[in-house]
Design a protein. Sequence first.
Length: 285
Amino acid sequence: MAVVTAQRPALNCGVGIGLRAPHAAEVAARRPNLAFIEVHAENYMAETVALKRLLELRRDYPVSIHGVALSLGSAEELDRVHLSRFKRLNERVEPTLVSEHLAWSAIGDVYLNDPLPLPYTEESLDLFCRRVEETQEVLGRRVLIENPASYLRYRHSSIPEPEFLTEVVRRTGCGILCDVNNLYVSARNLRFDPIAYLDALPIEAIGEIHLAGHHTSEDVDILIDDHGSRVAEAVWNLHAAALQRFGPVPALIEWDTNLPALETLLDEARHAQELADACCHVDTA
């Protein structure tokens, strides 16, 4: 049963950046023109200088909290200790958006660095929906679920990914974080049409878009979602198609490896804002 109704966030077509530790002091000092900032939840669950700075920044910027370790797709029990920490952070920060992944990333006491795919079956759909429902009940709010970057298919996946996500939305009332770079990487690696994927998603559920860089593997002919470079032209084109499909949606520039100067991230954000403004202008003309 859905416990949280889907709704649009208040950020409209604004663009933000992922706040990473090497840039935090400069962002605090410069206060650049950004619609919002996004942080990884797990970096702010303890009383640290980083959390203190985030609480100061939230006076000037809406904050999006992006979870990376709840492992909602795991067959094991949900880590309720971690979820309670997530809840406390949400209560402290009062974020505009909260998100997690269509993935699993933990088994036993082992936590993996990357979110891993799950088979898209009725069994995993039931399990994932239960995890999302519990998370939303604990947090008392809607959570956005991000589509993964994929490098393989499970042999026994019987439900196409966009249909799987759509059914999760229908059953739980959650939203979708459409990671356009992940979609491009997956479409290229698994040879499917990314536009058809966008067309299969429910428009009203899209709460945020992620944009990031990727690279081509040196060993095999696949793209790797590494968040370590500027957004590729093909991803910008796919983002434009997403804006045409979904209308004004807040977008985020993610950059996690090979971090550049802050000005490079701001330049990417400006380009994303230009695309968003063009979309908003068309919608309101």
